[in-house]
Design a binder for this molecule. Structure first.
Ligand code: 5GP
Ligand code: MN
Length: 337
């Protein structure tokens, strides 16, 4: 994003706008943190601002300031689509392609608003007017800080903005443990604490508020549903709809589950294969040199980052597992590199 872009955006924001902020389906901590941080910043101006998410998101994220104002597209479709078509300015957070917004895609693509992308995924492929796309950023939330900073508005980072940014950085860095955890990520997180984000309270909301079902699903997945292929340094967990129902599955309950697989000595490539409504969802994680972004893109129409990616498959759970297992031999060199 050039200085000229910033001054044009500043000019735009100097008069009242109808603003929509949107993000990817099955929003995670960074999707919600970045979107609500931007929301809490923008509502300090004379704008009408709405966060529209394609689908519901986990309970452990539902404490963020402004959460009660978020519109879920698949629950209030007409209202959401009206807001998209009336918008004068649309922010797309934490996505690198319009398809990531699921059912919101059509309304997003056809909207006449000025569009701004703020994201940290590789290879952005989306039609927008302005783009802040930096793969070196730990999270989109970190980039919301950079955006506000470049607009010269850090004095508008109140507790609501700070808590949301902190939550996005915390979750997208796996509590400051992934490779993306840069000096800058710590600096911005530290500054958010300085601006009133209560880090222990936020950690409590996100990591200490699990249902018993969620923890028992984790135990079941690890003890009964884990298959390892040490010869490929790989392993996967699969979960059927019936199994998820047995543990009263709620959005977010499997968040972080796949990471346990990479913590096993000798395993660098972890996969979660989960039955969703009408399709199979893959989550991939890598702790070595193996690019799960490429693996997801080339085999499961997905993508993400080098170390964390996802994709989809249409067919049965067993067919999805078979496809994944059959792919391993052809990736042996890359998996062992
Ligand atoms: P998760 O496994 O937590 O759902 O997603 C990990 C990463 O992969 C996230 O950065 C997310 O943006 C990306 N990702 C997950 N699913 C998909 C998908 O179906 N398509 C694409 N392009 N990216 C995905
Ligand atoms: Mn992110």
């Amino acid at each position: 994003m050039t200085d000229r872009d910033i001054s044009e955006i500043k000019e735009l924001l100097s008069s009242p706008q109808k603003i929509v902020i949107t993000t990817h389906s099955f929003p995670d901590g960074d999707a919600m943190g970045s979107s609500l941080a931007l929301y809490n910043y923008l509502i300090q101006g004379e704008h009408e601002v709405t966060v529209i998410v394609p689908t519901r998101y986990p309970q452990f994220l539902r404490w963020m300031p402004g959460d009660d104002k978020v519109l879920v597209h698949n629950m209030e479709r007409d209202k959401a689509e009206q807001l998209m078509s009336d918008a004068t300015l649309i922010f797309c957070n934490d996505i690198n392609s319009a398809s990531r917004v699921g059912d919101v895609e059509k309304a997003l693509v056809s909207a006449s608003a000025v569009k701004i992308l703020i994201d940290h995924h590789p290879n952005p492929d989306i039609d927008v007017n302005y783009m802040m796309s930096l793969t070196e950023a730990s999270s989109t939330a970190e980039l919301i800080y950079e955006f506000i900073d470049r607009l010269g508005d850090t004095d508008k980072i109140n507790v609501a903005v700070a808590e949301s940014i902190y939550a996005g950085i915390l979750t997208d860095t796996g509590s400051f443990s992934y490779g993306s955890t840069s000096e800058r990520a710590h600096q911005v997180a530290g500054e958010m604490i300085g601006r009133g984000a209560d880090n222990l309270k936020i950690q409590g909301h996100i990591y200490q508020d699990n249902s018993l079902d969620r923890i028992q699903l984790l135990g079941y997945s690890l003890s009964e549903k884990l298959t390892l292929y040490p010869e490929y340094r790989a392993g996967y967990i699969s979960l059927s709809k019936e199994e998820l129902t047995k543990y009263n599955f709620r959005p977010g309950d499997t968040e972080g589950l796949v990471n346990y697989v990479t913590t096993i000595k000798g395993i660098n490539f972890a996969t979660l294969i989960m039955e969703r409504n009408g399709f199979i969802k893959f989550s991939f994680r890598s702790t070595g040199n193996f690019s799960v972004n490429e693996f997801a893109r080339d085999n499961f129409g997905g993508g993400g980052h080098e170390a964390a990616a996802g994709g989809e498959f249409s067919g049965s759970l067993q067919e999805a597992i078979d496809k994944y297992v059959a792919l391993l031999p052809s990736y042996k060199d890359k998996l062992l590199s």
